[in-house]
Design a binder for this molecule. Structure first.
Ligand code: HEC
Length: 185
């Protein structure tokens, strides 16, 4: 039931109710890019569908390469502290300790904002590798990542210094069964 809609004849240029209608050809650049995009699609669509290439596949390939690289780098990192008991390194580590770590862990390591590092309790573990990870990458409840600022050498050295702090058997700040001493007591 479609009705033919008759179009007004266009008396070119002649105003109707004061409105003149003109008929401009579509600009050449537009026509050319229009046909060019059809031409491009004719090659690109079959290529996309048949070649197996896609952003997702390319992304996954790049991630695989990056992960393999990261695994190599990780495997090359030392997992034990090269500076255990090294007096020179410990002296350098003590500098780092007293400029950075003391603010949150106190000079004696007994803890303030951060937990005690001289009690027997370790939330994340105290193997060389884990301690390095803690200081380098930070921990979620307020331990900042120091890797970018210190680099691995200084981290190993400050950890070597940390080992030399006098230890206590009492649970300290941050230990699960730690009770803060009553004020004044
Ligand atoms: C801005 C405060 C702050 C500074 C500075 C800071 N820490 Fe911490 N640190 C924390 C907090 C808070 C935690 C507890 C994080 C958590 O429980 O997730 C922590 C946790 C740790 C732990 C893990 C303790 C455990 O029980 O597993 C170690 C080790 C540590 N810090 C060493 C250091 C060293 C070494 C430095 C100096 C390079 C340092 N921190 C500087 C706040 C700080």
């Amino acid at each position: 039931m479609s009705e033919e809609i008759a179009e007004y004849e266009r008396p070119s240029g002649e105003p109707r109710d004061g409105i003149a209608e003109d008929d401009h050809p579509i600009p050449r650049w537009f026509t050319i890019s229009f046909y060019a995009s059809i031409g491009f699609a004719a090659f690109y669509i079959p290529y996309y569908l048949l070649s197996g290439w896609s952003q997702a596949v390319q992304y996954e390939a790049e991630v695989r390469i990056a992960e393999a690289h990261a695994a190599e780098v990780r495997a090359a990192l030392p997992t034990t502290n090269p500076y255990h008991g090294d007096a020179v390194a410990i002296a350098e580590g003590s500098e780092v300790w007293s400029t950075i770590c003391v603010a949150c862990h106190k000079p004696d390591g007994s803890g303030l904002v951060g937990p005690s590092l001289i009690d027997p309790y370790w939330k994340y573990g105290n193997s060389d590798e884990t301690l390095f990870e803690t200081v380098s990458a930070g921990r979620p409840l307020g331990m900042p990542p120091w890797g970018p600022a210190l680099g691995s050498e200084k981290i190993w050295k400050v950890l070597a210094y940390m080992e030399t702090l006098p230890k206590t058997d009492e649970p300290g700040v941050g230990a699960p069964d730690f009770a803060a001493p009553a004020p004044g007591g």
